[in-house]
Design a protein around this ligand. Sequence first.
Ligand code: CTP
Length: 395
Amino acid sequence: MSKCVVIGVTGGIAVYKALDVISALRKKDIEVHVIMTESASKFVNPLTFQSISQNMVVTDMFAEPKAWEIQHISLAQKADLMLVAPCTANVLGKVANGIADDMLTTTIMATKAKVVFAPAMNTNMYENKIVQNNIQKLKSFGYEFIEPASGRLACGDIGKGKLADVNTIVERVLFELEDKEQDLKGKKVLISAGPTIAPIDPVRYITNRSTGKMGYAIAEEARDRGAEVTLVSGPTNLEPPKNVRIINIRTNEEMKKEIFENFADSDIVIKSAAVADYKPKEYSKEKIKKGEGDLNLCLTRDNDILKMLGESKTHQILVGFAAESNNVIENANKKLINKNLDFIVANDITASDTGFGSDDNKVIIISKDNKAMHLDKMSKKEVASNIFDMILGKR
Ligand code: CTP
C-alpha cells in the first residue's frame, strides 16, 4: 500500500524547494498532502503545490471542508510521516510551546506519526538560544530534525541555516517510511556510547566532546529491527531511547565492568563510545588547592576496552569506531587489526558539519576482509542502518 506523507510548508525563501521534494516523492508513488501556512502561500501560490502533489492544498483551518471530515484530524491520522520543510523559527517556537493556532500546527499536535522538521532561516536566527532551546526541547519529545546546511543565505549572510539539500530530505523521508525488516530479531546487541570521564579530584575531571548521538542512533536502529538492546552510556544530555536497556556509567573502569558483564551473552557488540585512554595517576580525595607555579598532572594509561574484547571474543561480531583527524583509512585499518575487530567505522573528526555533536556523520565502514563502504554525509540514523546492513551481509 502506498505511504502517505503530509508536508507542512512554512514561510521562507526556500518554499520553492519543497516542490522538488514533493515531486521526487510523487515519482516514488508516495501520496503527498500539503499544508501551507499563510506566509508560505505568499511566497508560492498554493495552486503550484496542488498541481505537483495532485491533492488539495490546505491553508485555512476554517475553509469549507470538501468532505465531511475534520481536516486537521483526518490528515493527522492519514500521515505515515509528517515533514515540515522549510520550517521557520516561528513554527518551531509554536510547536515547542504547545501553540496550535493554524492548520499546520494543529495537525502536528494531533498526529501520532513521526514528525521531521527541516529548518531554514537566517544564521543568527538559527543560532539564537531561543531557537536552539526549542529544537532541543522538540528533540527530547521525539521530534526529529534534518539539520540545515551551511552556505550563502538568501539575505547575503554566510553560515548555517540553508534548507538541507533536496536529496538529503528526500532520502531521509524514504528512510523513515521504510518498513523495518525484523532482521535482528532474536539477536542481543550491546552498544557503548558517549564519553567517559576521568576524575582528578572531587570537583574536577577530564572528558571529551562525545555527545553519544551516534551510539544512541545505533541503539534505536537495532531496537527497530527487532534486537534486544543494551546500551552502556557515558554522561550525555540525550533522552534514553525507549525499549532499550540502558546502563549509565561515568568512568572507563565502570564501562569495562558493564560491557564485560554483558559480553558473553551478546551477538553483536558495537563500541561507539569515546573512551578515555588516560586517567590521572593519583586521584586526590581532597580538592586540589592552587599553588604559585604550574600544576603537573601525571596521567596513566587506562583500559583499552575494545582491545580486551577483541582478545576474549568467541562468537560475537565486534564493531569499533575510529575517530581520526588524519590518514583516516590507514589508522582505522590498524585499529581493526590490532583490536581483532570484524568491522570498523571510521570518521574524520576534522569535518565541521559532521561528527561530534552533529546529527549527521560521514563515515567509511571497513570489514576485516577489506571491504570498504564509503558513505556520503547522512543522518546518524542512516549510518546506523548501513552498519547493520554491512554486518548482516546486505551490502
Ligand atoms: N576504545 C576503547 N577503550 C579505549 C579507547 C578506545 O574501547 N580506552 C574503543 C572506542 O570505543 C572505539 C575504538 O576503541 O570503538 C577506537 O577508539 P579511538 O579513540 O578512535 O582510538 P584509540 O584506540 O583510543 O586510539 P587513538 O586515540 O590513539 O587514536
